[in-house]
Design a protein around this ligand. Sequence first.
Ligand SMILES: [Ca+2]
Length: 497
Amino acid sequence: MMHYLLDLVRFVWIILAYSMVPSVVRGIASTATPNVIFAMADDLGWGDVEYNNGSAFTPSLNEMARSDNAILLQRHYSGSPVCSPTRATLLTGRNHNRYCVWNSNNAGGSLKDFIRPQKMPLPLSEITVAEVMRNAGYSTAFFGKWHLGDFKPLRRRGNNTLSHPGLHGFEQWWATGRSAPTATTNCGCFQNSTCILGHYTDRPMCTNYYTNTSDGIVGWPQPIPGDDSHFIWSLAEKYIREQVNLQKPFFLYLPFHSVHKPYIATDQYREIYLKAKMKYTSKEADYYGAISAMDEALGKLRNLLQELGIKNNTLFWFTSDNGPLKPRSTNGLRGRKSSLYEGGVRVPGIIEWPDVISSNRVSQFPVVSSDLLPTVQDILGVKPSDDRPIDGISILPFLQGKENKRNQPIFSAFKLKKRRVFQEQYRVSITTDKYKLMETVRNNTVQYELFDLEKDARESSNLINDYPDITSQLIEQIEQWKESVRQSIKKIGCNIL
Ligand SMILES: [Ca+2]
C-alpha cells in the first residue's frame, strides 16, 4: 500500500512538473520556440569588419548583414567596455556591477593566476539565459571563451571561485578561462608538439581548456590544431546536428577567441592578406587572418542551418564583446576598449531570423548585449524574475518591425583606476535613442558631457550648456540607476571571497 501511495505521489509530481514547462517548448523548434545562437567575437572593432569599411575580409558577415532576413545593427552596444563584464551582462540581462563583476577576471589560469578580490567570478545566484532556456525545455551548449570563473577548485581559494558554464545552465560545454591564441592553441601544454608563435608570444603558450564529460570536468587532452575558430565551429556543427536529430530546440553560445591577442592565423588566412593588393604587414596578416578564419566559421554555420532546414526558425545573433585595442579600427569613433565612449562599446552587430525578419534593415535602434535574456523570455512567454532589476529590454517588438524607438536608456558604468565603480574614479553613461550623457568622477570632481549621437556619433561636441534641461533630466536618471545598482550590490554582499 505504501509503495502504491509513493508511486502515485511520484506520478502526480511528474505530471505537475511536466505541465509547468511551457507547452510550446516541447518538441522541435518553431517561431514561438526558435533555436538561438549567440556568436561573439573578442575585441573586434566596429570598424574592423568589411561592411563598415574595415580592413578585414569578411565575406560571410557581409552576406549576413545584407541578407533579406537580417537587421544590421549599427548601434549595437556591448554590455561593458571589456571582456568578463560584457559576458556577464549578456548571460544575466543585468549590468555587471550589480553583482560585482567589476572587471575582467583571471579565471581558468594556473595557480598563480588566482582571482584577486577585484576580479570576481559570476555569482551562482545570478539567473542566466541558459538556465531560462534549459528550464523551458531547450538543449543548451557553450563552446569558447568563458572568462567568468574557474573550472576547478584552486588551492588558495577552494570552491569560492568555481563558476563554470555547467553551473550556469549549459548542459554541454568546452571552455577556456580567458584569452587564448587564435591558432594552434594549447600546444605549449604538451611535449613535442609544434607551435606557431605569432607576434605576441616568445614561447609556446599553454592555455587550459576544460570540458564536461561523463567522468566529470576534465582538461582537454591534446593540442588543438589549426585555427581556433574552426575548432569551435566543429564542436558547434556536431552539437547542432545532434539536436536536429533529437528534434530539440537549442541554445548555443559561441564566444570565439578571435581576435583578442595573442592573435595568430594559419597560412591559409595569412596568405589572403600577404598576397593582397593593399599592403598588409605580417602582424596585420595574423590579425585580419584570425578575423577571416572566424568569418568562414560563421559562414559555415549559416550554411549548416540552411542544409538542415532550420534556418527560418533560428535566431542568429552576432556581435563583439567590446571595442578594439590600438591600432585597430573604430572607424573614427572616440575611445577604445576599456572606454565608455562609443569606440569602447559600439560593436558590430547583426541579427538574422527569417521567421520574423522579412526584409533587410540597416538600423540605428540601440541594442545592447543585456537585451538577450529579456528578449528570450519574451519569445518564450517566460515571466521575468521579480526579485532583481533587469537592465536589458526585450527587442522582440523591434525585430518584428513593430517598434523603431528603444524608449529605454542603456546604462553603463566602469571604473577608471580603482578597483570598482562608485569608489573614487569611475564613469557612468546613459544612452538614449538620441543622446548620451557621461558622468566622470575623478579626484572628488564630477564632470558631465552630453552628446547628440544622431548628429555626432564621434562625440566631439559637449552640449551640456546648450541643453541644460536634458542634461539635468539625464543626470537624475543616472542618480536613480546608481542607487539601484548600490542596492543590488548590498543585496549580493560581494563577499564571495
Ligand atoms: Ca574582449
